[in-house]
Design a protein around this ligand. Structure first.
Ligand SMILES: NC(=O)C1=CN([C@@H]2O[C@H](COP(=O)(O)OP(=O)(O)OC[C@H]3O[C@@H](n4cnc5c(N)ncnc54)[C@H](OP(=O)(O)O)[C@@H]3O)[C@@H](O)[C@H]2O)[C@@H](O)CC1
Ligand SMILES: [K+]
Length: 500
């Protein structure tokens, strides 16, 4: 699904109005009804609802929402924040209609603010995607008062004060909602970690905007939906054998970190690989053979580190279908030498994670050896070591796109809404996963999983988008059983499920 910027959303609005055709006021009605349907599925009619409206179209939505809730017998009070003499036409229209039902309150100075209690639910329709400057004066005061109150807050379309696709200044005030209910398409701001407090949990409601316009609109930003991920998933042919799904090699572990290798190996096997060989330091041999009997194991001649040679024969490096390197390997110079050898002798895409990324950062010339379309899976700190510090999330996104394009690699920047940057400059944000997955080992699981997809012949771009989605989905499934707090990386492996 595409993520469009504010200007494109405005044009999309216009395209819908022109080509459907539909009157602007009816489009507002449709958006408000979609919000109300979402609201009524979660809150009953005994909920005291307080709707705060600005004077633009977001405020117009708020007035229409208030009317629709009143008609559904909800207890609703409306507060119009009169910060300017102007109001939009659709605001004025809905203002007139609402006044046939109730008299709104007008907030013109701090004394007009009501007391907000814990059981109140505030609907924030003060400012929407049309903001052109930071909230100040009366609007700022209202936002701060709402944020300080114990009431639940739900933002219409986007939290008031939050910019939809550009950075806010650190001292800008925005609503801190519990939920954001956004219309039709996700906005970039909703996906960025720095905005967590200004977004809350977000939800998308369909208001039927013009699909032809969306299809043609250029954008580097996408959001991976379940339907899209499903299209990438391949079925297994009936007449197939283990040779059809590739032989993968995982280079993992060091003394004290063999578990990372075990997790990667298990995830690789649970993700459809035909054959798996795991190379670990000598000390990992018995562990691996015991914990993962399905995998073959090549013990390194070094007992504690990965250095390359093994006294167990196996195919030469170049003959593996895919290689994944990094989980638990440490940063020893011997391991760096081995990594150099791997990158020099293997021409197919590799999956590079964890300490292998740190070795790339410490030996930047290794970056140039990465086979084209390799998949790098840094968390933000690892990505910063690979590149540089950034000022804000937008800056980080630009660095990410630039790195993926320049090096012609896929970069999976891990976090809430993991961002998958492609060699063509696109960024695909993931829609699955939960905070329970911020626990040791889940990254190792992703490495094994992605290596399995590459070994099966998936295109690296598709492997990354699909793999990140499936990994998050497994985390979500595990959280349903265990709850987020008790979730472990092993639970994620056991919850991997490739039929949806
Ligand atoms: N597109 C869609 O799909 C649909 C969109 N819909 C809805 O429309 C919303 C966008 O509406 P919008 O463009 O009227 O913007 P919105 O944010 O309500 O008001 C901005 C107004 O406030 C002003 N202003 C700006 N910054 C300010 C500040 N800091 N402090 C104070 N004032 C400030 C600015 O005027 P200015 O002073 O700049 O002339 C402008 O008049 C969108 O979020 C969604 O809810 C649905 O109804 C239908 C489908
Ligand atoms: K809002």
């Amino acid at each position: 699904m595409k993520i469009l910027n504010v200007e494109q959303i405005r044009q999309l609005d216009q395209a819908t109005i022109t080509y459907e055709p539909i009157a602007p006021i009816q489009l507002m009605e449709r958006a408000s009804q979609a919000f109300v349907d979402w609201f009524m599925s979660r809150y009953d009619a005994f909920t005291p609802v307080k709707v705060f409206c600005g004077l633009g179209n977001n405020g117009g939505d708020g007035l229409a929402i208030a009317r629709l809730l009143l008609q559904a017998n909800y207890i609703v009070e409306v507060f119009v924040v009169r910060y300017a003499p102007r109001e939009s036409d659709d605001f004025a229209h809905n203002h007139r209609r609402l006044k046939l039902l109730i008299n709104p309150h007008y907030v013109e100075n701090p004394g007009d603010m009501p007391t907000l209690r814990q059981r109140d639910v505030v609907i924030d329709a003060i400012l929407g995607s049309g903001i052109s400057r930071p909230a100040e004066g009366l609007v700022k005061m209202v936002i701060e008062r709402i944020n300080r109150a114990p009431a639940q807050v739900i933002s219409v379309d986007i939290a008031s004060g939050l910019q939809a696709n550009q950075p806010n200044q650190s001292d800008d005030v925005t609503i801190w909602p519990d939920h954001t209910v956004t219309f039709d398409l996700p906005k970039l701001a909703l996906l960025l970690p720095g905005n967590a407090r200004s977004v809350g949990e977000w939800h998308m409601v369909d208001i039927g905007l013009n699909q032809r316009f969306i299809d043609q609109a250029p954008t580097p930003y996408y959001y991976t939906t379940e339907a899209e991920a499903r299209l990438l998933l391949r079925r297994r042919e009936r007449f197939s054998n283990k040779g059809s799904f590739g032989h993968a090699l995982l280079l993992v572990g060091s003394y004290g970190k063999i578990g990372a290798g075990v997790l990667a190996a298990k995830a690789c096997l649970r993700s459809g690989v035909g054959l798996l060989t795991v190379q670990t330091p000598g000390c990992g041999y018995v562990v691996m053979q015991t914990a993962v009997p399905e995998a073959m194991c090549r013990p390194d001649v070094d007992d504690r580190l990965l250095t390359g040679p093994s006294d167990v024969d196996g195919p030469s490096l170049a003959d593996y279908a895919a290689i994944g390197v990094g989980p638990g390997i440490g940063k020893a110079p011997e391991t760096a030498r081995f990594l150099r050898e791997v990158l020099t002798n293997f021409s197919k895409p590799v999956v590079v994670d964890a300490d292998a990324l740190n070795l790339l950062s410490a030996n930047k010339d290794l970056i140039g050896l990465l086979p084209e379309n390799s998949i790098l899976t840094p968390h933000p700190k690892e990505f910063e070591r690979l590149t540089q510090r950034w000022q804000n999330d937008y800056d980080k996104l630009e660095l990410l796109r630039e790195f993926a394009q320049r090096q012609q690699v896929v970069v999976v920047l891990k976090g809430a809404h993991t961002a998958v940057a492609l060699p063509n400059g696109e960024v695909h944000f993931n829609s699955t996963g939960n905070p329970g997955m911020s626990t040791g080992g889940t990254g190792d699981v992703l490495t094994g999983l992605l290596t399995a997809l590459l070994a099966q012949g998936y295109d690296p771009v598709e492997a990354a988008v699909l793999g990140v989605f499936a990994h998050g989905m497994a985390g979500d499934k595990a959280a349903q059983v265990r709850g987020q707090i008790g979730l472990t990386a092993s639970d994620v492996v056991e919850s991997l499920h490739w039929a949806w």
